[in-house]
Design a protein around this ligand. Structure first.
Ligand SMILES: [Zn+2]
Length: 310
């Protein structure tokens, strides 16, 4: 009898504790600590996470994730995270290494998991691949198509709900609101491309970061460097691009915020093409720049391209 009474008392104590825990106001909870590999992904996680999630991004605004070398501080950040987000498709393989080396045990979310990858056609296969191994030639820049970002944010929302079920209503509401923003963005991009003369829809950029954008919205992007900034442009690739620009009468060339502009400036000089401005490919601008969020970045890019080609 005594044992039963004790058991009943501790059960009651347990219920009392549970009620106390429930009575703590939501805003007093510590936010979920999320880590994202690069700024564009960090912005998407912050949009869906809202005030329940604190996001840390490893590659800063203006940084280049292709050649990022994580330090001990980044390892500590991943080690202390509640949830980790990577792009995948070969863009940020150092995230897997960080998670493994720190024995991080939380969810590892690859946001491109639902995306149908574009294959990168590399004409200089032999030359470009001589120095290092490539397991695949998937184009990693899937976020340059709004349709893919719909998949990214749905994956992010599902992962946050799994990690923090109490926040489900909040995450689902943020997702719905953001999907509406993506619809409006996509309509603006389609309208801007439709306003351009059909003969004038070719764009030169620093590296092949806009394949998904071109495939989705009907522009052709050419670049002297492949899908990773890791490789140097070969003289043969640059010469071929210059010939192509002269033959097709491409009007404008663009640099990317995170890469050295010298090569693109040289191509503009040699072909007489106009310098169209700076595009944001793999990284957002700082908060006071023209592309501090994914939505702002995509609008800034299409406005810059359309202004130069119109
Ligand atoms: Zn890139």
């Amino acid at each position: 009898m005594t044992g039963l009474a004790l058991t009943r008392r501790s059960a009651l104590a347990g219920i009392a504790l549970a009620i106390t825990a429930l009575a703590v106001p939501v805003h007093a909870q510590a936010p979920l600590q999320a880590v994202a590999s690069f700024t564009i992904l960090g912005d998407l996680v912050a949009e869906i996470g809202g005030d329940r999630v604190a996001v840390t991004t490893l590659v800063n605004a203006g940084g280049d994730a292709h050649v990022f070398e994580p330090g001990t501080r980044d390892a500590r950040t991943v080690g202390g995270a509640d949830i980790v987000f990577a792009n995948g498709l070969g863009f940020d393989p150092w995230m897997d290494r960080l998670a493994t080396s720190t024995e991080y045990a939380g969810p590892f979310v690859v946001v491109s998991a639902g995306v149908m990858p574009l294959r990168f056609e590399d004409e200089d296969e032999g030359a470009d691949h001589a120095g290092h191994e490539h397991e695949h030639d998937d184009d990693p820049h899937a976020w340059q198509s709004v349709a893919n970002v719909r998949l990214y944010v749905a994956t992010i929302a599902d992962a946050l709900v799994a990690a923090d079920p109490a926040g489900e209503a909040s995450y689902r509401a943020n997702l719905a609101a953001y999907l509406a923003e993506l619809d409006a963005l996509e309509a603006d991009i389609v309208a801007a491309v439709a306003s351009l003369p059909e003969a004038n829809r070719t764009v030169i950029t620093s590296h092949d970061a806009f394949g998904y954008f071109g495939a989705a919205y009907g522009l052709t992007f050419l670049a002297p460097v492949g899908v990773s900034t890791e490789a140097e442009a070969t003289p043969a690739a640059v010469a071929r691009l210059i010939d192509q620009i002269r033959a097709t009468g491409v009007r404008a060339v663009f640099i990317e915020s995170m890469t050295n502009p010298r090569l693109i400036e040289q191509i503009a000089r040699e072909t007489g093409a106009t310098f169209g401005g700076e595009l944001y490919a793999d990284a957002l601008s700082p908060p006071d720049g023209p592309a501090p969020t994914y939505l702002a970045m995509m609008r800034y890019n299409i406005e810059t391209i359309a202004a130069a080609l119109r």
